[in-house]
Ligand binder design. Structure first.
Ligand SMILES: [Zn+2]
Length: 359
């Protein structure tokens, strides 16, 4: 019904279910693109528990909302990326090509390009070549011919984008990605900065990007802070990719959320065959709350974060949620940041050992 106005496939699927006979709470919803805000709302309101999506949507994807309010979190909706990067790239290519067919240079593809997702370049090529359009316009091309055209164009893109290979005989470099994992105020930044210095590694932090954006664009309320937060994550991943492409290791500091960031990290891992080392920072819930409140109210934190406006929400999240290692493979070290002075040298040498062992 609504499809006449909006293209909302998930809503249409949910509307077409005979709810008298099918219990959607026991169903798994599969979608191509990450669902939009409207569909995420519908999924939650229907009490669905499980969904899989093939491609992220940095422009209109609404999965972040699952975590946005108490009500949404209570739904416990599990959303999982299918993890097939080829499929994701093909879907993004088709989406990019469709956007460009609406008008050339469509600014709607900017968020896709900025997120560094594979498939955008292929989409541009597809659109420029006009091959899909010609096939659709009536030559009666088969699916096999369409797949063939896609594969050929994709080969060209990969050749252009492939990182230069090491000289033959040289060991394949597998740069280390050191990830600081943990709740807000768990001590990630303090530890991350000191470890990166001790290891002689570049240190990238979402908050540093975000504060730079606040200083150049200004700050306002929590909504603006969240918008710049997404931009900062995109910058973090872009910068990390640039370093890894050059064979450099990198330290990444952010509050990572599994459903949002695991797919992006896995994609980096595959593309640059890097090795992950995760440092999980822990502290008891009440300590986290105390630090978060002090930080929010003391003025030691950039005012743009608007932490004071979210004290109540974070108080309950810090006490109840788990902030575990991500499912990425590689090594995991856990550091309790509440118990006295940290042994930076000891940790750094453990990390060096791990890095050698997995090389
Ligand atoms: Zn939708």
């Amino acid at each position: 019904m609504l499809a006449t106005v909006w293209r909302i496939a998930e809503m249409n699927a949910l509307l077409s279910v005979d709810h008298a006979r099918v219990n959607v709470k026991e169903c798994v919803l599969y979608t191509t693109l990450e669902p939009c805000a409207l569909c995420v709302g519908a999924i939650r309101m229907l009490g669905m528990k499980d969904m899989r999506y093939a491609a992220r949507d940095p422009a209109a994807g609404g999965l972040g909302l699952l975590d946005a309010t108490d009500f949404m979190r209570r739904g416990g909706v599990h959303a999982e990326h299918l993890g097939c990067l080829e499929l994701e790239a093909a879907l993004i290519a088709m989406h990019t090509s469709a956007l460009l067919s609406i008008h050339p240079g469509n600014p709607a593809i900017e968020p896709w390009a900025a997120a560094g997702l594979a498939g955008v370049e292929l989409g541009r090529k597809l659109s420029a070549s006009g091959e899909l359009r010609r096939m659709a316009d009536g030559s009666g091309a088969s699916i096999a011919q369409a797949i063939d055209a896609l594969t050929r164009l994709n080969g060209q893109v990969e050749e252009e984008q492939a990182p230069s290979l090491p000289a033959s005989g040289a060991a394949t470099p597998s740069p280390m990605v050191l990830l600081l994992i943990g709740a807000p105020a768990s001590g990630k930044s303090t530890l991350g900065r000191r470890l990166a210095t001790a290891l002689g590694m570049p240190y990238l932090s979402k908050d540093l990007f975000k504060e730079t954006l606040f200083d150049t664009l200004g700050w306002d309320d929590r909504g603006w802070s969240q918008q710049l937060g997404s931009a900062s994550m995109a910058l973090l991943f872009r910068s990390a990719a640039a370093l890894l492409k050059a064979g450099q290791p990198v330290t990444l500091d952010s509050t990572f959320y599994p459903q949002l960031h695991e797919p992006q990290l896995r994609a980096l891992g595959e593309r640059y065959s890097c090795q992950f080392v995760q440092i999980v920072c822990t502290a008891p819930g009440p300590t986290l709350v105390e630090r978060f409140e002090r930080r929010a109210l003391s003025g030691e934190r950039h005012p743009g974060h608007a932490d004071a406006a979210s004290l109540d929400e974070f108080r309950s999240r810090l006490l109840t949620e788990r902030w575990d290692a991500l499912d990425l493979g590689g090594s995991v070290l856990t550091v309790d940041t509440s118990s006295g002075e940290l042994d930076i040298e000891g940790l750094a040498s453990s990390i060096r050992q791990l890095s050698k062992a997995t090389r």
